[in-house]
Design a binder for this molecule. Structure first.
Ligand code: S3P
Length: 172
């Protein structure tokens, strides 16, 4: 394996948190979700942060959490938020601090998995499908750019998927 941390990147609804928890259990490492860490530090949820500080404020918090997480060298599985790759600095940190797995999913899968979402500020719009489509277009190249491994999150059960992913990362 390349080095200590395993970062899961990919769009909202790709299954980063669910698969990441299973993966950490299988590998015997800690699991951290960047969004949860941001919320714990702020003492508020992501919607509140977007409302009060805008997306820019949220992105600052996201970058700060990433910097702090990689400073601790204890190996971890880290589920990131879908937009973490927007910053070039963040992309550099991801690439130099561990193994980056792009959990990919099709447009249809993302629409299905996020259709009841009420917590992601970017998706609280009339035309959710248009937003998802646009985010895929703009962000896919960035996910590919940082990824050591592209892993389709597909429709299989998360635990099965995590087992396959654990084998794949162990072989790298
Ligand atoms: C975002 C994704 C979310 C969260 C925030 C912004 C994005 O994380 O960080 O709502 O820009 O794609 P998940 O990908 O874990 O849903």
């Amino acid at each position: 394996m390349k080095s200590q941390h395993i970062f899961l990147v990919g769009p909202m609804g790709a299954g980063k948190t669910t698969i990441g928890k299973h993966l950490a259990g299988l590998l015997g490492t800690a699991f951290i979700d960047v969004d949860s860490e941001i919320e714990a530090r702020a003492g508020a949820d992501i919607q509140w942060i977007f409302d009060m500080e805008g997306e820019a404020g949220f992105r600052e918090r996201e970058s700060k959490v990433l910097i702090d997480l990689v400073a601790d060298k204890q190996p971890k599985v880290i589920a990131t938020g879908g937009g973490i790759i927007l910053s070039g600095d963040n992309r550099g940190i991801l690439q130099s601090s561990g193994l980056v797995v792009y959990l990919s999913a099709t447009f249809e899968q993302l629409v299905e998995r996020t259709k009841r979402d009420k917590t992601r500020p970017l998706l609280q719009v009339d035309d959710r499908e248009a937003v998802i489509k646009q985010l895929i277009e703009t962000r896919s190249p960035l996910y590919h750019q940082v990824a050591d491994l592209v892993f389709p999150s597909g429709s299989t059960q998360p635990l099965k998927l995590a087992k396959k992913l654990a084998e794949a990362v162990s072989a790298l």
